[in-house]
Design a protein around this ligand. Structure first.
Ligand code: CO
Length: 134
């Protein structure tokens, strides 16, 4: 069911420093920072040949990643995102398999303007999983 790895998201305490590390130390192509108020994050895309890494930093007062940063002050991997062809079919299959879909179970429009869902980390070996309709 899952297709390509769309991105790995890493929460970082200092977006400029993280961007410099990826650009200057690891030699990757990086985007300009983009603030996404609807998602409560500022993101820098690290563009790799086969996938992306997203460096996430809280934006605004009720950022959904602030708690993660409080618990992991030096940052850390937050989620992995897999592409699916049909997000509703994927959701229904996962629910039938007993996996928990976060929120109200309805896809939201994600940071790439495509429908996304998140799956409970306890059902996926401690990893928060995002599904994005490709
Ligand atoms: Co994501």
């Amino acid at each position: 069911m899952i297709g390509k790895l769309n991105h790995v998201a890493i929460v970082v305490p200092d977006l400029d420093a993280a961007t410099r590390t990826y650009r200057d130390v690891l030699g990757a192509k990086v985007s300009a920072p983009q603030s996404l108020p609807a998602h409560g994050v500022t993101v820098v895309f690290v563009l790799l040949d086969n996938t992306k890494v997203e460096l996430l930093h809280p934006f605004g007062e009720n950022s959904p990643i602030q708690g993660f940063l409080d618990k992991n002050p030096s940052g850390g991997i937050h989620h992995v995102c897999y592409e699916v062809a049909d997000i509703l079919a994927a959701r229904d299959k996962l629910k039938a398999e007993g996996a928990r879909v976060l929120g109200n179970g309805e896809p939201k429009i994600g940071a790439h303007e495509k429908p996304v869902l998140f799956l409970h980390p306890k059902d996926f070996m401690g990893t928060l999983v995002e599904l994005e309709q490709a």
